[in-house]
Ligand binder design. Structure first.
Ligand code: NAG
Ligand code: NAG
Ligand code: NAG
Ligand code: NAG
Length: 500
């Protein structure tokens, strides 16, 4: 009696929280493998951005720089009194600096991703994605962006530009035809006089150029510094032999990046995180694993052997609309990850039906059978986008809702997500604050952020305006905070080291 009761309770718990499911092959053929859903999202973004362009909203002269520090007081950071577009909703974060895209050297504005690099002597630099290239700044000790120059786009301007660091290099891909992947040595910035910013040349200043993409386009590029590999993901077209899957790029010699092949087996990969596996699934200890965010599934690869990479599991979930990106909770002990879906709010399905973003929590203690154990529901109407987890915080760029910080350190103890809370935010897009639900479900505002600096300064890139430097008032500096039950403490990761 007792036994069957507890079984019944377990079954109930399973049905309440187990939201993982098999990939729906019919739906996948129609919407995902065909590229129909992805094309629709790209078209929607083009449409939003064209409307903004037509309305002049990418004109940097609308967005004066803010040089002074603007504290968050009682939920508001007022940069220009009386100007609603410069009155930012906030919680426990202050603004240190804002510079428009023009002020950051762009002719065309339109920001995207960004990534940071810390020099061996502790100076902090950011490479900022813009439609016409990458802008370079140093963040001063006072949290001010010092503009140092830029690397123009390789082929033609386009808003999609993704940047990741590999040691002292930036690896830069874009959706522009014929762009290839630029490899730029950040040490070139160390001796620049800010009075004379430098426009670098693609012909003379690149350390390397990876030309092995089917048509030079890639949606994103991710790096595993521990193994010296990069992975191009979402490299169009889908009918190429790699099908937009993982394309392996050997960075051991950054001046001569080469590829031994790809993994096309689950088709298009929108984003991925590739790591040496450390965690409880002993069969995979020390293997190189890619967590793939594959439009309708979380797909986990073993890429240790680039000539024979395999798929360990492929799992969909309740609410899957466009599986977009995610990050493991603890790279040093991989038991859980958080994931965003970029279209569930638009699609108005399942937990995102009300248009309030959903952070999906996965238990990956078995790589062969991951479980979707819970969610966190944002209280700000918008679309959630790129997130990175650092020592128990998930730093999210949620488009019109701006930059949001979740405390996810409770997840190992409660994978349902009940203990997750929003501890700080800075809403870089006040334009939508007075809409009926307090924010729009659209592709505006913040694209991505970089929160790994030891100084605690956080860089946030925005689509329309430019770059923000902000900082949490109370960032918990407990080393190992939120890590998997105290195991596997982090070590320097080559991105300038783990900050806290
Ligand atoms: C913040 O709000 C509280 C309560 O509304 C008020 O007492 C306090 O004076 C405000 N502080 C500032 C600096 O405006
Ligand atoms: C704020 O931005 C909106 C466009 O998003 C514009 O229509 C409005 O005029 C701006 N307001 C001010 C005070 O600049
Ligand atoms: C892929 O499809 C495009 C049009 O959809 C076509 O022009 C191209 O030839 C195809 N490429 C391959 C390798 O099949
Ligand atoms: C490739 O990997 C799979 C799974 O690990 C293994 O069964 C197979 O034998 C390997 N094939 C080759 C050619 O190494």
């Amino acid at each position: 009696m007792l036994y069957s009761l507890s079984l019944a309770v377990l079954a109930l718990a399973g049905s309440a929280f187990g939201r993982e499911m098999e990939k729906d092959a019919v739906r996948a053929a129609k919407l995902y493998d065909s590229g129909v859903r992805h094309s629709a999202i790209m078209a929607k973004k083009h449409d939003t951005w064209q409307k903004q362009r037509d309305a002049g909203l990418f004109d940097s002269s609308l967005y004066p720089d803010i040089d002074k520090k603007v504290p968050c007081i009682n939920g508001t950071a007022t940069a220009i009194p009386g100007n609603a577009n410069y009155t930012f909703k906030c919680k426990d974060m202050d603004l240190y600096h804002f510079r428009s895209h023009a002020s950051l050297g762009s002719n065309g504005g339109e920001g995207s991703s960004s990534w940071g690099w810390t020099s061996p002597d502790g100076r902090e630099f950011v490479a900022i994605g813009q439609s016409d290239g990458a802008s370079f700044v140093e963040i001063s000790k006072q949290g001010k962006m010092i503009y140092l120059g830029r690397l123009p786009q390789y082929s033609v301007p386009i808003i999609w530009r993704e940047i990741r660091a590999y040691k002292n290099y930036m690896v830069i891909g874009s959706e522009a035809l014929g762009h290839n992947i630029q490899i730029f040595d950040m040490t070139k910035l160390l001796d620049i006089d800010p009075a004379n910013p430098v426009t670098f040349s693609n012909e003379q200043d690149l350390t390397g150029l990876f030309t092995g993409l089917p048509i030079g386009r890639t949606h994103n590029v991710v790096v595993n510094e521990e193994t010296n590999w990069a992975y191009a993901v979402g490299a169009a077209p889908r009918n190429s032999s790699c099908r937009g899957g993982l394309i392996f790029i050997d960075l051991a010699d950054p001046s001569n990046p080469t590829t031994p092949g790809c993994n096309p087996d689950d088709g298009y990969v929108h984003d991925a995180q590739c790591l040496v596996y450390k965690g409880p699934d002993t069969k995979y200890l020390g293997r190189e694993i890619c967590y793939g965010y594959n439009e309708d599934t979380l797909t986990i690869y073993d890429v240790t052997n680039k000539k024979n990479s395999t798929i360990i599991s492929r799992t969909s979930y309740t609410g899957a609309s466009y599986t977009h990106q995610g990050w493991v909770l603890d790279t040093e002990w991989q038991e859980f990850l958080v994931m965003d879906d970029e279209y569930d709010e638009f699609d108005a399905v399942e937990p995102a039906a009300d248009g309030f973003p959903v952070t999906y929590i996965w238990d990956i203690r078995s790589l062969e059978a991951p479980k979707q154990t819970g969610i966190y529901k944002s209280k700000t109407h918008s679309v959630d986008h790129n997130q990175y987890v650092i020592d128990g915080y998930s730093f999210q760029s949620n488009y019109g809702a701006g930059f949001r910080v979740l405390d996810v350190s409770s997840i190992p103890d409660d994978p349902t997500g009940k203990g997750v809370s929003e501890v700080a935010f800075f809403d870089v897009y006040p334009e939508d604050d007075n809409t009926p639900l307090g924010g729009v479900v659209d592709f505006v505002g913040s694209w991505s952020s970089y929160a790994f600096f030891r100084s605690g300064y956080i860089f946030v890139n925005t689509i329309e305006r430019g770059g923000f430097v902000i900082k949490m008032k109370n960032r918990d500096q407990g080393y190992g905070r939120g890590r998997g039950r105290g195991r596997g403490r982090g070590k320097g990761n080559g991105r300038g080291g783990r900050p806290w």
